[in-house]
Design a protein around this ligand. Structure first.
Ligand SMILES: [Zn+2]
Length: 283
């Protein structure tokens, strides 16, 4: 499942093809993905200019000059593909089965944007831009981890009195937006904090130290995603995974990478999901 850095990579890949361009034609090939598409979706998209392409948590929002925003969620297996090549900068590849092309947007600059999703856990919706933050998917999401509202005093206050493991607290989208399993495991390894430790029982200074580490882990992954875009001229966010090497994630039984540590990475299951960590370095 794409996490924040992968979604940001997709956004950056789409921006040159979509930002500033008009949707000349919208083709909707089925009535729904995870949820039904909004009424008259093709009509409402056709002729609209994309003013900005932004990201909130794991959602991409295309703000249109009609006053509406197109919300895009990749779900488990959704991909945004770019084809057409008016400026010599778009990708020609279409590596996915075309029967899963659910939404096709032809931009007036010649780019074709295709939403392809075999498992259909993705979503698209149209919402009023001015009140986008109140959309049911966005209303209760916490601050962006790369934004100014996410800072040390904020996280220390958010963890106070919390009886859940720190891993669950960081996965809680109400506390911080867009963090998923992979980057939480990586963050806790760098912070030297055991994923099983109760959030409310970690010293304030250690909680505070998570903030710059989270930013760093995400920024590095976004940079790796950016290089994958550059190398492959591709808007497929999953590329970010291939380009990136993780210190603990999916490394069960392999040696810890901390110098002088002789432990192996272990895997435990927390709330039904795998956690990878070093039992020696993380306390
Ligand atoms: Zn270790």
């Amino acid at each position: 499942m794409p996490e924040l850095p992968e979604v940001e990579t997709v956004r950056r890949g789409l921006a040159p093809a979509m930002q500033g361009a008009v949707i000349a034609r919208a083709q909707i090939n089925r009535p729904d993905l995870r949820w039904p598409f909004p009424d008259r979706m093709a009509d409402r998209l056709t002729g609209a200019r994309v003013l900005a392409l932004r990201r909130r948590s794991k959602y991409i929002l295309a703000d249109l000059d009609s006053g509406e925003s197109l919300l895009i969620h990749l779900g488990m297996s959704g991909r945004m593909l770019i084809s057409g090549d008016p400026l010599g900068q778009f990708v020609h590849d279409h590596p996915a089965a075309e029967k899963h092309d659910h939404v096709v947007l032809d931009m007036d600059n010649g780019a074709r944007i295709t939403f392809n999703d075999p498992r259909r856990f993705g979503a698209m919706d149209l919402l009023t831009t001015a009140t986008a933050d109140q959309h049911k998917l966005l209303a209760s999401i916490g601050p962006e981890p790369l934004g100014n509202d996410f800072n040390e005093p904020y996280l220390i206050a958010a963890f106070q009195g919390r009886n859940t493991p720190v891993k669950s607290a960081l996965l809680d989208q109400k506390i911080v937006a867009g963090l998923g399993n992979i980057y939480v495991c990586e963050t806790l390894y760098r912070a030297g904090i055991s994923p099983t430790r109760k959030a409310g029982q970690i010293a304030a200074a250690r909680v505070g130290s998570l903030v710059p580490i989270i930013r760093q882990v995400l920024s590095e992954a976004i940079s790796a995603g950016g290089s994958s875009l550059k190398d492959f001229r591709h808007a497929d966010g999953e590329l970010g995974y291939f380009q990136h090497s993780f210190d603990v994630y999916d490394r069960e039984g392999q040696p810890c990478r901390t110098q002088g540590c002789t432990s192996g990475i272990i895997r435990i299951v927390q709330s039904g999901r795998s956690t990878f960590y070093c039992p020696t370095c993380q306390r």
